[in-house]
Every structure is written in structure tokens, then in C-alpha cells.
Ligand binder design. Structure first.
Ligand code: KG4
Ligand code: ZN
Length: 345
């Protein structure tokens, strides 16, 4: 296959992003532009993402961002071979903005359009960054998703586990809110936990010991609330202790849940000698979580693959790459009638 160059567009949540990525004939990739505009400031006053504000911010920013990406790559739109845009899952307003923009550019230039599943973008990123080969296990831990997925090939995914209530990032965000820490909660909880005692509170470890590979985090949030309410007034040290105990419970839970997943992978693919666990999503930035997964992988003989932080969180490079993977396999582009899907497992 010749070199393939694609424009990627991502607008499913609160990041507006555009990227230009080229896949070389040998299967490697060159990121020629990677621009991300975070809407954090617009949403932080509300303690979470407000869908209507997000959609409007995407409208305001996207065309300029695409122009900036083209400029950084030093090309015009005519010089891309295709356009890839996230078409779900996510907030419908943002998805409409990104997908309609992708369609319009495809219509105007006659280039093919690839409508990309956002989760597929996260799932395939490690092939771009680390050349991971199929099959592998992927743990996605973001503000909206907590999933353990078997990645068998492009378009071939098996969801082995998912959260039955809150996503892990959501649990961090809600815990932070309960404790009066700023949004987004993950980094704030991690910072507070650094000087806390992880053994002070025995928080629940939901589903630990169960054979199925699902997750549950809403009980943990309730336990945090009860702990905070049992102390009055709550000091900074109390907050640190709660955060450290919260992270400790999460580490133990992940150890059990993911440990079972690694075991199942071994049983499914006994012939694979050096399997990989790939992590994605904003929570992957958490040092405690990383350390837990790293140690667990070492114990099970797995390679632990954590792409650089900016490619673990929402970005357009992963959307571009997912499109390139489909193109390289000769898979068909999408019709311009394709519709966005807010839910898309
Ligand atoms: O992947 P992401 O940037 O956006 C989506 O949800 O799509 O993930 C954001 C989530 C938020 O819930 C945030 O609190 C969490 O990732 N997060 C963290 C850390 N940094 C971000 N959670 C724990 N520790 C962190 N250091
Ligand atoms: Zn995401």
C-alpha cells in the first residue's frame, strides 16, 4: 500500500480536536499535526460537562482548528486522502458538529469519509504508539467509560467487562465534588491523596472476588460521603486520608478485576507468549492506577502499554489512526448519509 494521509476530527465530549496523520507503506505512522482545544474553562464553573455549551464551543472552534492542523502539516485539504470523524458514542450535539463538518469536507473535496467509533479510536491507539499486535487486552478508564475489551482486530472487539454504574473517572470527579475539591476531580484527588493515609478508611471493593469481569464504583462514592459526614469539621488531613483510602480501594479493585481479565486472556490464547495490556482514558494519568496495573502485568507476564498522556485522553490522532487502519485493510468508507450515535457500544 502507498502512503495514506488522513484528516481526523474529534468532538464527542469537551475536547475539540483535529489531526493530520500519515500511514507509511511499512505500517508505521507520522503525526503531522495534533491540535486539541480543551473546553475545561467553559465547564469547570458547573462541575461537569454541559452538553449545550460543549456543542456551541465545538461550532466556534472546529473550522479554525482544522485550518490550523492543515497549516502545521504544511498542506491543503486537497492533499489528504480521506477524512475521519468521530460519529459516536458521546454527546449528540458535539457529534453532530464534528460529523457534519467531516461530511461537508468530504462532499466538497470528493474524498472518502470514515465515521469512527470513539472507543475504537482509544482501542487502536497503542498500535500507532507502540506497534502492539492483535490480539491484546485494552482497559479504557475515562470520565465516561470503564471497559475491559479484547481487541482481536480492526472492527473485531469483545467487551469483557464494563461498569454497571459509574465510570472510574466519574467516581473520581464525584468524590472530589463531595470533598469540595476542584473539577476535574481526578488530578485533585490524586494530589490530596499524596499526603494521606490509605489505611484510615476501609472503603468497599465492589465485585471483588466475582467471576464476571464487570466494575461498580457507585458504592465507593456513597462510602466516601458517609466518611466525610462522620467527621465534622473535616480538616485538610481528613480529606487527604479519604482520598488516599479511596485510591487504595480502587487499586485493590482493579487488581482483582483486571487480574482475572489477564488470566482469562491466558486461557483464551495460551499460545501467545508476550501478551499486552493497553491502557487508555484520562484516569490512566493516575500514578497509583498506573503502578497497580504495571505491577499486575509484571506478575502475569504481560507487557504494560500506556501511550503518552495526550494520546490517552481525547484527541483526533486516534480517530485519524482508526480511519487509516480501515483504509489500509481496504475496508469501505461510509456513506455521507451516516448518522451520529450518542450510544454505540
Ligand atoms: O479521557 P478523558 O480525558 O475524557 C473523557 O472522559 O473522555 O478522562 C477524563 C477523566 C475525568 O473523570 C478525570 O477526573 C479523570 O479522567 N482523570 C484522572 C486523573 N486525570 C484525569 N483520574 C484520576 N487521576 C488522575 N490523575
Ligand atoms: Zn475518550
Amino acid at each position: 500500500i502507498a502512503n495514506l494521509r488522513i484528516l481526523g476530527i474529534e468532538t464527542s465530549c469537551d475536547e475539540t480536536a483535529a489531526a493530520i496523520v500519515t500511514r507509511l507503506a511499512d505500517g508505521s505512522a507520522v503525526t503531522e499535526a495534533d491540535v486539541v482545544l480543551s473546553q475545561l474553562d467553559e465547564h469547570s464553573a458547573y462541575g461537569g460537562v454541559v452538553p449545550e455549551i460543549a456543542a456551541r464551543a465545538h461550532v466556534d472552534a472546529l473550522d479554525t482548528l482544522i485550518e490550523e492542523a492543515l497549516q502545521r502539516a504544511g498542506i491543503t485539504l486537497r492533499e489528504v486522502d480521506a477524512i475521519a470523524a468521530t460519529s459516536g458514542p458521546g454527546l449528540i450535539g458535539g457529534l453532530l458538529v464534528g460529523l457534519m463538518t467531516g461530511k461537508a469536507l468530504a462532499r466538497a473535496t470528493g474524498k472518502p469519509l470514515y465515521a469512527i467509533n470513539h472507543l475504537e479510536g482509544h482501542a487502536l491507539t497503542a498500535r500507532l504508539t507502540d506497534g502492539v499486535t492483535f490480539p491484546y487486552l485494552m482497559l479504557l478508564v475515562s470520565g465516561g467509560h470503564t471497559q475491559l475489551v479484547l481487541v482481536k482486530g480492526v472492527g473485531a472487539y469483545e467487551r469483557w467487562g464494563t461498569t454497571i454504574d459509574d465510570a472510574l473517572g466519574e467516581a473520581f470527579d464525584k468524590t472530589a465534588k463531595l470533598l469540595g475539591l476542584p473539577y476535574p476531580g481526578g488530578p485533585a484527588v490524586e494530589r490530596a491523596a499524596a499526603s494521606g493515609n490509605p489505611k484510615r478508611f476501609a472503603f468497599p471493593r465492589p465485585l471483588v472476588g466475582e467471576a464476571r469481569l464487570d466494575f461498580s464504583f457507585s458504592g465507593l462514592k456513597t462510602a466516601v460521603r458517609q466518611a466525610a459526614e462522620s467527621i465534622a469539621p473535616v480538616s485538610d488531613q481528613d480529606i487527604s486520608d479519604i482520598c488516599a483510602s479511596f485510591q487504595h480501594a480502587i487499586s485493590r479493585t482493579l487488581k482483582d478485576r483486571i487480574g482475572r481479565g489477564l488470566q482469562r486472556f491466558r486461557e483464551t490464547y495460551p499460545e501467545i507468549t508476550a501478551p499486552a495490556l493497553v491502557v487508555a482514558g484520562g484516569v490512566a494519568a493516575n500514578k497509583d492506577v498506573r503502578h497497580t496495573l504495571d505491577t499486575l502485568c509484571a506478575e502475569h507476564g504481560f507487557r504494560f502499554v500506556a501511550p503518552p498522556h495526550h494520546l490517552c485522553t481525547d484527541n483526533a490522532v486516534m480517530i485519524a489512526w482508526a480511519g487509516l487502519e480501515r483504509m489500509a485493510l481496504g475496508l469501505p468508507a461510509d456513506e455521507l448519509t451516516v448518522a451520529p450515535r450518542s450510544r454505540w457500544p
